[in-house]
Design a protein around this ligand. Structure first.
Ligand SMILES: Nc1ncnc2c1ncn2[C@@H]1O[C@H](COP(=O)(O)OP(=O)(O)O)[C@@H](O)[C@H]1O
Ligand SMILES: [Mg+2]
Length: 241
């Protein structure tokens, strides 16, 4: 489904040069929810931006279904952004004057769907995230967890196979965060139409409920387990905070 191979990226040049990704290799199967962890500033958002076609890498490739990219400029991967990848952010990014259904439908219309179809698809997506009785509410009339579910509906409405979620529970209370995680699992494990989700989180508890955890450190990803996620892997008395 998604294969990332030898991805490198840095910013700046000369003495201002900062190496961020030093050869990231990772895979996501269809139907998998994978949590990506790592200290602040280690390159998690940079990695998501490259996978999402917003930023070119300096070397390496990304294979997402039938598409191969990674170093192409964003203008050459429009199809990735329109049809392959949905985004979910910490601060929802909803339009505050539009109802839930219009927020979702507008995104579909912008990608070229006619209004009637967009509204039907938006309704289906909102039902899928459990908001059938909140379709005509504007964001202000919804809780944080509900607003994030509108954003998730928007991300899945276009039938995109991969969702990139950058700290999706960062602005939510613990209970709402757990609900979002459960919704992610349901979407990934849906038998008729499974998707894959790569989710950045700082919460080891949520991460350990994903199908798999990855830790990004020193510019590479490695498999992680609950002990290392909690920073408990210092058997030989390594660094302590
Ligand atoms: N456009 C940019 N120009 C220069 N430096 C950047 C840019 N984007 C990110 N960085 C730097 O790259 C590093 C990784 O950033 P980021 O991917 O946002 O980390 P994370 O999401 O893990 O907190 C940080 O040191 C950040 O300051
Ligand atoms: Mg980030």
């Amino acid at each position: 489904m998604l294969v990332v191979d030898g991805l490198r990226k840095g910013f700046g040049s000369g003495t201002n040069r900062l190496e961020v990704l030093n050869g990231v290799n990772m895979k996501l199967e269809l139907g998998e929810l994978v949590a990506l962890m790592g200290p602040s500033g280690c390159g998690k958002s940079t990695l998501l931006n490259i996978i999402g076609g917003l930023l070119p890498a300096e070397s390496g490739t990304i294979t997402l279904k039938d598409k191969v990219y990674g170093q192409k400029s964003p203008s050459n991967v429009v199809d990735i952004r329109r049809e392959y990848v949905g985004w979910i952010f910490q601060d929802f990014h909803l339009l505050e004057h539009l109802t839930a259904i219009d927020n979702v439908a507008m995104a579909l219309e912008l990608s070229g769907m006619v209004s009637k179809d967009a509204e039907d698809a938006a309704r289906k997506a909102l039902i899928k995230v459990g908001l059938e009785d909140r379709m005509e509410h504007i964001p202000d009339q919804l809780s944080g967890g509900q607003q994030q579910r509108v954003a998730i509906a928007r991300a899945i409405a276009g039938n995109r196979p991969l969702l990139l979620a950058d700290e999706p529970t960062g602005n939510l209370d613990i209970a709402s965060g757990k609900e979002v995680l459960q919704l992610f699992k349901d979407l990934c494990h849906d038998e008729t139409n499974p998707i894959s989700i790569l989710m950045v989180t700082h919460d080891p508890d949520l991460a350990s409920n994903a199908d798999r955890m990855l830790l990004l450190t020193d510019g590479v990803t490695k498999a992680s387990d609950i002990r290392s996620a909690w920073g408990l892997d210092d058997e030989d008395g390594g660094e302590e905070e």
